[in-house]
Design a protein around this ligand. Structure first.
Ligand code: PGA
Length: 254
């Protein structure tokens, strides 16, 4: 059984006080939501105050990125996985398409970051997904296969069994154009088959694959109905406590 996971990716939104206001509003809305793991990913500066405020609750904190170097060392501007763990986060998003697109992250960087996160005890939400021209050119699976192969290269089986993968087609992020449940399911099944080839049946059966890209309260239930969709990475709809809670409580939307 794979436990569903709903994660909110706040991107570069919310100051510390805005983030605290959000979690204060969210807590009572999801206090009875035991059917899934709930995660919010604030900006670095808000991780510690948010994690402190969420102590003892059923909501966990993730970072949105980690340094590819473990350090400590002379890497101006970087924040190591150990520092992120120290601030109270227990997971990190890694390889988000915005990092790949605007900050030139390659599969190799992503792989280094995943290994740095694991060695500091952080869980990883590893993002993959094709761009529109790649899908239109019939290359969606080839692109994702390459991202999976590169990102997970040289991981041990115990490490691979802890990875959480997020399939986020770039054309669906922030566009209001979500993948249909069928399109998402097809890619999720493909991703699981790649994981099976790399790490075997047991890892493939247990690894959670989240969908991301314009997930909203009104489309989450249909997505969660698919066999290989184990949760969601939510951007825009995670910025308001009410709408994020409705995504978390997707079973009530059915
Ligand atoms: P979106 O973002 O839900 O606003 O499309 C998802 C993401 O980028 O993780």
């Amino acid at each position: 059984m794979r436990r569903p996971l709903i994660a909110g990716n706040w991107k570069m939104y919310k100051t510390i006080s805005e983030a605290l206001e959000f979690v204060q509003a969210l807590k009572p809305l999801v206090v009875a939501s035991t059917h899934c793991q709930i995660v919010v990913a604030p900006v670095f500066t808000a991780i510690k105050p948010v994690a402190d405020r969420l102590e003892g609750s059923n909501i966990e904190v993730a970072a949105q990125d980690v340094a590819d170097e473990s350090g400590p060392g002379a890497f101006t501007g970087e924040v190591s996985a150990r520092m992120i763990f120290d601030a109270g986060a227990r997971l990190s998003i890694i390889g988000h398409s915005e990092r790949r697109q605007y900050y030139c992250e390659t599969d190799e960087t992503v792989n280094k970051k995943i290994r740095a996160a694991f060695s500091a005890g952080l869980g990883v939400i590893f993002c993959v997904g094709e761009r529109l021209e790649e899908r239109d050119g019939g290359r969606a699976e080839a692109v994702v296969a390459e991202q999976i192969g590169g990102g997970l290269r040289n991981l041990t089986v115990p490490e691979a069994s802890r990875i959480i993968i997020a399939y986020e087609p770039v054309w669906a992020i922030g566009t209001g154009r979500t993948a249909t449940p069928e399109t998402a399911q097809q890619m999720h099944a493909f991703i699981r088959s790649r994981v099976r080839e790399m790490f075997g049946e047991t890892v493939a059966d247990s690894v959670r694959i989240l969908y991301g890209g314009s997930v909203k309260p009104d489309n989450i239930a249909a997505l969660m109905n698919e066999a290989d969709i184990d949760g969601a990475l939510v951007g825009g709809a995670s910025l308001e406590a009410d709408s994020f809670a409705r995504v978390v409580n997707y079973k009530d939307n059915r």
